[in-house]
Write a protein that binds this ligand. Structure first.
Ligand code: HEM
Length: 514
């Protein structure tokens, strides 16, 4: 890239030929002055100058990825921000703004394959999602090309929660990782990096299908269904959603009412009922639906595959506080005729199929919640250094530092417990992990979601009005604040996660073995 001296920069100081330097890059802003959302007037005195400090005062550091087309060169003698491939330190170097291993701290869990994966995923997310999050949230949906792009790149295949890398997914592991090297820690890295977009809803568009709906197909469906569903979903050609929750049954899965009555000749089911808060439901092609085929309680539930286009199946978007862009919907089924061969697993044993993936689903939420808490902390620390009150930066006020310290210890505790449980999981079979770790994962989910709630609150208090406003430097915290309930309620509400009788290993044994 062209090197530009300070003297040459200084000569570009007029409205028709105006350059400014930010973090070592030189931007030609001549055609951008009138379009600048913060107004032209603030930019004029900075034309021909290094405006890094002024820029950092008002914008999020990731904003400029959207404005690469304005870059005309780099400022001579200035270091452009370090690229992401150092093995010692990666990402934001503020203490606790990234997991400790990102800062080169020793860890038994991560190696070079994880370092390559995190740089790859960060690059994809920064290129394809972060610059557009505000626009997509405002529009209430993401372009369908997003799912296709991440399917093509092989990201969706990384989310199905199986290790080593399975041979039925349509991709090889990314970053030259060998199939036998792939473990749950790679999925942790991927989920963590995805959560940096700070939008529960847009993240859910990508992850929820492969992470919570597809596992039932992969583990329990007939070969015919697998062939029809798995490849197209993981290549990003078709979308899938899991339909469990109903207007009157959420965390209490065993209580669902949607009925599936078998026809006299046994050729098809007739499905009637309504599912609510179904993520991706507004546009999904495939619906994995929990239905009642037998008696009351957990032993009368089955899973059925429904497909868009079946007569009597309708979806309707639900406007929610958070999770914006995720296509959260009602799924309404009126006398839908479904071939009996669309059953997934054994009739009346669907509860077991649902429970088998609950830990995986909860892990997705846990990882997202911890990274979101970290983002709140990160943005609050940056703001506390920039903003002055009573003649000194906010950071110099003990009350603010105390808030930051309280955020950091909760985040690090949740991260450490999460990694410890993932490690235990890597040492167990899927069945053993389901039985032995369910309780701990439930408690960890509660800890992670309480941590993000605490951090969103504290960051908002530190950042004040700017995190009460959409977009701009406080935009990430504003979005996360709205998404707090989107972490704490689905996948088992915090209250359910903290019922001791439910999380004790014996209870898990009972409901998974039946
Ligand atoms: C290439 C350079 C720049 C680009 C692309 C840019 C872009 C933007 C954008 C997109 C916003 C809307 C808020 C957001 O999304 O963050 C904004 C707001 C703003 N910008 Fe810039 N900006 C640039 C340089 C600067 C500089 C050098 C200053 C110097 C003071 C500045 C001052 C502001 C102010 C005061 C706001 C309003 C902030 C608020 O409403 O809280 N900008 N800018």
């Amino acid at each position: 890239m062209k090197q530009i001296s300070l003297t040459s920069l200084g000569q570009h100081n007029s409205e028709s030929n105006g350059h400014i330097a930010i973090s070592g890059h030189v931007y030609d802003v001549s055609d951008f002055l009138d379009a600048h959302p913060g107004g032209k007037r603030v930019l004029l005195p900075l034309l021909g100058k290094d405006a890094t400090a002024e820029f950092n005062r008002y914008h999020s550091p990731t904003l400029l990825t959207k404005y690469k087309s304005l870059v005309v060169g780099t400022l001579e003698g200035h270091e452009v921000e370090a690229s992401s491939d150092s093995t010692d330190a990666f990402g934001n170097l503020i203490a606790f703004a990234e997991p400790a291993w990102y800062h080169g701290q020793p860890s038994p869990y991560y190696n070079d394959t994880h370092r390559r994966l995190r740089a790859w995923m960060r690059g994809l997310v920064e290129q394809h999602i972060i610059p557009h999050v505000n626009d997509w949230e405002a529009a209430g949906e993401v372009p369908s090309s997003l799912y296709k792009t991440f399917g093509k790149e092989g990201v969706l295949s990384c989310m199905v929660g199986v290790s080593p890398w399975p041979n039925w997914v349509p991709h090889q592991p990314p970053c030259g990782i060998k199939p036998e090297e792939w473990t749950a820690f790679h999925e942790v890295v991927l989920g963590d990096e995805l959560a940096r977009i700070a939008s529960c809803g847009i993240g859910a568009v990508l992850s929820l299908g492969p992470q919570i709906a597809l596992p039932a197909v992969v583990n329990y469906a007939s070969e015919g269904i697998k062939e029809r569903v798995v490849g197209p979903v993981l290549r990003g050609e078709k979308t899938i959603c899991l339909c469990i929750t109903e207007p009157s049954a959420g965390s209490d899965v065993a209580n669902i009412q949607t009925s599936a009555t078998i026809s006299k000749d046994g050729s098809h089911y007739v499905v009637n009922g309504e599912k609510k808060w179904i993520t991706n439901g507004a546009w999904a092609d495939f619906f994995i639906v929990a239905v009642r085929t037998g008696k009351e309680g957990m032993n009368g539930i089955s899973l059925l595959l429904l497909e868009r286009g079946m007569e009597g199946l309708r979806t309707r978007k639900i406007a929610c506080q958070g999770n914006i862009g995720s296509g959260t919907a009602f799924v309404i089924m009126d006398n839908v005729k479904v071939p009996a061969s669309n059953i997934i697993g054994t009739v009346n044993k669907g509860f077991k199929c649902i429970m088998a993936n609950f830990n995986h689903e909860r892990f997705g939420i846990i990882i997202g919640a911890i990274r979101s808490a970290r983002i709140c902390y990160e943005d609050a620390v940056i703001h506390a250094h920039r903003r002055k009150t009573f003649g000194k930066p906010l950071f110099d006020h003990g009350v603010i530092r105390n808030k930051l310290a309280n955020m950091a210890h909760k985040i690090e505790a949740a991260q450490a417990w999460m990694e410890s449980i993932v490690y235990q999981q890597t040492q167990m079979s899927h069945e053993e992990a389901t039985l032995k770790l369910g309780g701990a994962i439930a408690l960890l989910k509660a800890q992670a979601t309480q941590t993000v709630e605490f951090c969103a609150r504290e960051a908002s208090q530190i950042m004040g009005g700017i995190s009460y406003t959409k977009g701009g430097v406080g935009g990430r915290v504003e979005r996360i604040y709205r998404d707090v309930r989107g972490y704490a309620i689905p996948g088992g509400s915090e209250e359910i996660m903290l019922i001791w009788e439910f999380v004790s290993p014996s209870r898990f044994h009972k409901c998974c073995m039946e």
